[in-house]
Design a binder for this molecule. Structure first.
Ligand code: XMP
Length: 512
């Protein structure tokens, strides 16, 4: 088992970033609820504990507090932001409520030779975001750095190896922040940096085997990165005890179903059930034009199909899902946060509750790029690991208005040409997404001597880092011309191609 440092989550938007930084140091980090007991931490064999920041004030009525026994575990503790206020209130110091939040950049002056600041410049830019302020040191602590506003911006109790930082070392804007975290985990906690993908695979496989025993597991395989990596990892652990179900909802891209069958069924020899459910989905979608209605129908129909498949398989104990760490964070509904909305479409809501199966989520501590790395280490091809995102409702949200089989055929062909040209131009992996959209309008054209009155295809090609914002990709005009020509010449029923040049926001990536 890899050495682990626990990050107790007090609700900061940066908690996941702390975990991220630790992983970058090749130290396995586990984000746990703030209330996790000292006993559990002991059982985990943690080498250190980090108390994250959080939006609360320690003076609030229900201010989250850790189990006080964590201070008796004999392992180093680092309190960040809200974490330092906790050290102040729980270990005999004094914190004062301040109505003025110190937010943004500040200058930190290091005033002592603490091992936490070894190799750090004497003055660095740091990122602050806090309201309350430590005004009296907790017992046994001394100050090790200050800012203009605070003489206790960083504190230590060298005997007990407890440290507190009022600023956020984990965020990009703090200079040498990762070095500070590195000092904490290596020099102070004594970690050796043994967390590698290989060790992760080894321990995950052992954990999956132990959890599952001789029971059977079912997984809904979409062909996307997350479910594919989960499938391969679980298959490596328990082989034929895993059955993957791939639902062909009739809304897939060209050749998608065949590719999934070939890779997972034939090549990896995973038990794979392919449900041919095109008729069912398309019948239920008949005449439906509202995007959210489409999504609901598709989500519910998926559950119906999946459930009846599980019944056929018989005794199944676990439902595996490719949930990744950001899914868990982002699915916390926050008013006005578009991320929570996107995610509400993402994972098929209600499935686990309805099926009364135990949940197996072997990727739920990993970030997206770690999942890709894991996929690579497990031998998945680049075409899976670096695949562009494809929405759960598939082509349904790329056919504007009512969906018919004929329209889907047109869209599929146009989309395949676009993707083929993107790959040929070595751009497929460089953009975030590139796809075709079928517009519910017809326009006049001329082909040969004939007047045509046909469909319009829009090209949506965007660059993005996380899909929260996006911009249209400035592609070479020759390439765009070629894609347009090929679509109009090769796809029957299309006589016009247009390019979407809107950014997100205010537009979205998908058209529905
Ligand atoms: P938008 O259109 O909101 O899309 O800018 C952001 C990202 O989310 C994907 N997307 C979805 N994914 N189910 C999904 O699984 C959906 O209903 C859905 N809607 C949008 C979209 O492809 C883009 O990557």
């Amino acid at each position: 088992m890899a050495e682990v440092v626990a990050v107790l989550d007090f609700g900061s938007q940066y908690t996941q970033v702390i975990a991220r930084r630790l992983r970058e140091c090749e130290v396995y980090s586990k984000v746990l609820p703030f209330s996790t007991s000292a006993e559990v931490l002991k059982a985990e064999g943690v080498k250190g504990v980090i108390l994250s920041g959080g939006p609360s004030s320690v003076f609030a009525e229900n201010a989250p507090k850790p189990d006080s026994e964590i201070f008796n575990l004999g392992v180093p503790v680092l309190g960040i932001c809200y974490g330092i206020q906790l050290l102040g209130t729980l270990l005999g110091g004094k914190v004062e409520h301040s109505n003025e939040r110190e937010y943004g950049k500040g200058t930190l002056e290091i005033t002592s030779d603490s091992p936490l600041f070894e190799g750090i410049k004497k003055t660095i830019q740091v990122w602050n975001s806090h309201g309350d302020k430590l005004t009296e040191l907790p017992t046994g602590f001394s100050p090790i750095a200050m800012t203009e506003n605070s003489k206790f911006a960083a504190i230590e109790n060298s005997e007990r190896k407890f440290f507190g930082l009022q600023f956020h070392p984990e965020v990009f804007h703090t200079e040498q922040g990762t070095d500070i975290i590195r000092n904490f985990v290596f020099s102070i906690c004594g970690c050796s940096g043994d967390w590698t993908m290989e060790s992760y695979i080894e321990s995950s496989i052992a954990a999956i085997r132990e959890t599952v025993g001789d029971k059977r597991v079912i997984l809904g395989l979409s062909g996307g990165v997350d479910s594919s990596v989960a499938a391969k990892l679980i298959h490596d652990a328990i082989g034929p005890q895993l059955t993957c179900v791939f639902v062909d909802n009739g809304l897939l891209r060209k050749n998608e179903r065949e590719a999934v069958k070939k890779l997972y069924g034939d090549h990896f020899q995973i038990n794979l059930v392919v449900c041919d459910s095109e008729e069912l989905f398309l019948t239920r979608l008949e005449g439906v034009t509202d995007p959210e209605k489409k999504r609901k129908i598709i989500g519910n129909t998926f559950i119906d199909v999946f459930e009846s498949e599980v019944e056929k398989i018989g005794e199944v104990e676990f439902l595996a899902q490719g949930t990744i760490y950001p899914d868990i964070i982002e699915s916390v509904p926050i008013d006005g946060n578009p991320a929570s909305l996107i995610k509400s479409h993402h994972n098929v809501g209600g499935l686990p509750e309805r099926m009364k199966l135990k949940i197996l989520e072997p990727l739920n501590q990993l970030f997206k790029d770690e999942v890709r790395l894991l996929g690579k280490s497990l031998g998945l091809p680049d075409s899976v690991v670096w695949r562009q995102p494809f929405p759960g409702p598939g082509l349904a949200v790329r056919v504007l208005g009512a969906i018919t089989k004929d329209i889907l055929i047109v869209l599929r062909e146009a989309d395949a040409i676009l993707l083929e040209e993107m790959k040929k131009a070595d751009l497929y992996y460089k953009v975030w997404q590139s796809f075709a959209v079928f517009l519910p309008v017809r326009t006049v054209g001329v082909m040969g001597d004939e007047r045509t009155y046909d469909n319009v295809i829009a090209l949506r090609i965007v660059e993005s880092v996380d899909a929260m914002t996006a911009d249209w990709a400035r592609l070479d005009h020759e390439l765009l011309g070629k894609i347009s020509n090929r679509i109009i010449n090769e796809v029957k029923g299309v006589n016009r191609v247009v390019l979407d040049i809107s950014s997100k926001p205010p537009s979205t990536i998908e058209w529905e």
